[in-house]
Design a protein around this ligand. Structure first.
Ligand code: ACO
Length: 322
């Protein structure tokens, strides 16, 4: 039987920060509103960095943490909704920049659930016996898609990248992963591609921005987070008492708080770093896991569930032992 485990993690955020106070200079909001409704105090935003830049620095840290050679990596998957280009993908650009072997690389898009989707794919590709060591990344520059005049959305997002090295193992550490999606959700959370239907018209393309029906997404998130956790517990014959932590997608502290109350799980064991970064989409989960490990909140032998939801709608969860 082939099993998988985490060998190392890394993360990176751009140096520029934007505080709630900074936002009040160009949008009608307040620190009090943002903190009380979301838990966010500040976010990091790119200036001239690309998604590939953020992914590159997170990947270097994960490779260093895993104490492997770059030649050991035989698979690279990047989850992102903000690639630098339509093509080539971020993963393809990273292969060259990291000087990896000419391995299989690809990007996936599952919005904020993207990292868990990518982890699921890498995990199963390794368990198939065809691959040995994967670099899995969630990297986003969501602030490039943010409408800075829309106070309903612009206060929520930040930029970041998180990376994880997973490999073949004799011990069963990445125990179970589930993912799901539902597309009939009436544009609850969407950012459209530019759509030029008549090529004879020399239309100037304009980038769309994020549109969100916040309260509907909130309802969905507070339903799907506990459900995904309970599904993972049931499938694996364990209970909440067996978990040291839950590392949820950092979209809104109130969503995490409601999920904890509905699960009857202590908020003290729900990892939180949203106050510093906001919602960093596919980067949120690996950034949180990396920070939890590096700050010794998660220790070797600990069992945790990581769980996310995102645009689409999409969702996913993983049961992992360190
Ligand atoms: N500052 C001040 N007032 C604001 C702001 C703001 N930044 N934004 C909205 N308001 C106002 C609204 O206009 C509204 O005013 P009104 O009553 O006069 O119309 C009032 O505050 C309440 O607005 P609600 O939308 O009801 O506020 P709510 O408590 O639902 O919080 C929020 C909004 C934070 C967006 C919440 O709905 C939420 O977190 N939803 C989930 C969002 C999410 O997680 N999205 C990401 C998914 S992941 C991905 O894939 C990107």
């Amino acid at each position: 039987m082939i099993y998988t485990k985490i060998l190392g993690t890394g993360s990176y955020v751009p140096s520029k920060t934007l505080t709630n106070e900074d936002l009040t200079s160009f949008v009608d909001t307040s620190d009090e509103w943002i903190v009380s409704r979301t838990g966010i105090k500040e976010r990091h935003i790119v200036t001239d960095e690309s998604t590939t830049d953020l992914a590159y620095f997170a990947a270097l840290k994960a490779i260093d943490d895993a104490q492997i050679k770059k030649e050991d990596i035989d698979l690279l998957i990047v989850a992102t909704v903000t690639p630098d280009n339509a093509f080539p993908g971020v993963s393809n650009l990273l292969q060259a920049r990291l000087e990896l072997n000419e391995i299989m690389t690809f990007d996936i898009n599952a919005a904020c659930s993207g990292f868990i989707y990518a982890l699921n794919i890498a995990d199963k590709m390794i368990k198939s016996g065809s691959y040995h060591t994967a670099l899995v990344i969630g990297a986003e520059t969501l602030t490039r898609l943010t409408d800075w005049r829309d106070r309903n959305t612009c206060v929520l997002f930040g930029d970041a990248a998180g990376a994880m090295i997973i490999s073949k193992s004799t011990q069963d550490k990445i125990k179970d992963i589930i993912c799901g999606s539902r597309g009939d959700t009436d544009d609850l959370l969407i950012c459209k591609n530019t759509d030029i239907k008549d090529p004879s018209i020399n239309a100037i393309s304009q980038q769309d921005h994020i549109h969100m029906k916040g309260s509907e997404v909130f309802k969905f998130a507070t339903r799907i987070l506990p459900k995904t956790v309970n599904d993972l517990l049931d499938r694996n014959g364990i209970t909440l008492e067996d978990l040291n932590y839950i590392v949820a997608h950092q979209a809104n502290e109130r969503i995490i708080d409601k999920a904890a109350r509905d699960l009857s799980f202590s908020m003290d064991k729900m990892f939180l770093n949203i106050s510093k970064y906001g919602n960093t989409s596919a980067a949120s989960v690996p950034l949180a896991i990396d920070e939890a490990i590096k700050s010794n909140v998660l220790k070797k032998g600990d069992k945790f569930i990581t769980v996310a939801f995102g645009g689409g709608l999409t969702w996913g969860g993983a049961l992992i032992e360190l």
